[in-house]
Design a protein around this ligand. Structure first.
Ligand SMILES: Nc1ncnc2c1ncn2[C@@H]1O[C@H](COP(=O)(O)OP(=O)(O)OP(=O)(O)O)[C@@H](O)[C@H]1O
Ligand SMILES: [Mg+2]
Length: 157
């Protein structure tokens, strides 16, 4: 199996989910986060950063205007938000291909605006808003870490 589904009932549960993934992930991976505005993509990345030991004085926010933020950690973390990307030319300008295919962790919000193939090691996450505090997370893992990641997610149910 390479899929898992988890319901998060609060912001804290989503932070914990991200942190668990951040602690487990061992090699370069792209984490593609889809879901409506306010579904919890950035909250998940805040947890992910904690799990990757990004120092707590870095505050992880949506890079909506800067498009890309970079954080030092156990493995370097790039956080990309393509919501405001104006076209494929801009993807080239911001150097997204070097980041996505580079040797680190890359979390991407609005990944459907990226025109390239995701590298073999990736985790796709779709978040659906159920109600004010509940979110349904659907995970699809690919690559060398898919078994440990999916096992971990199934254990956190
Ligand atoms: N279970 C939950 N998990 C995550 N966030 C939740 C949850 N319940 C409520 N929230 C709220 O939902 C919002 C999620 O905001 P966040 O910035 O992470 O969304 P986003 O998906 O990154 O949106 P955008 O596309 O605008 O960047 C926050 O206000 C948070 O408090
Ligand atoms: Mg966001």
């Amino acid at each position: 199996m390479n899929t898992a589904t988890i319901i998060s009932h609060s912001l804290e549960e989503t932070l914990n989910l991200g942190e668990k993934i951040g602690r487990q992930v061992k090699e370069a991976t792209v984490i593609a986060l889809s879901g409506d505005l306010g579904s919890g993509k950035t909250v998940f990345v805040q947890g992910l950063a904690k799990g990757l030991n990004v120092p707590s004085d870095y505050y992880v926010t949506s890079p909506t205007y800067t498009l890309i933020n970079e954080y030092p950690g156990r493995i370097k973390l790039f956080h990309i938000d393509l919501y405001r990307i104006s076209g494929f030319n801009e993807l080239e300008e911001i150097g997204i291909y070097d980041i996505v295919y580079g040797n680190h962790i890359t979390a991407i919000e609005w990944p459907d605006r990226f025109d390239g193939e995701l590298p073999g090691n990736h985790l796709k996450i779709r978040i659906e808003i159920i109600d004010e505090n509940s979110r349904k997370f659907s995970f699809y893992a690919s690559g060398t870490q898919k078994n440990p990641l999916i096992t971990l997610l199934k254990e956190s149910k």
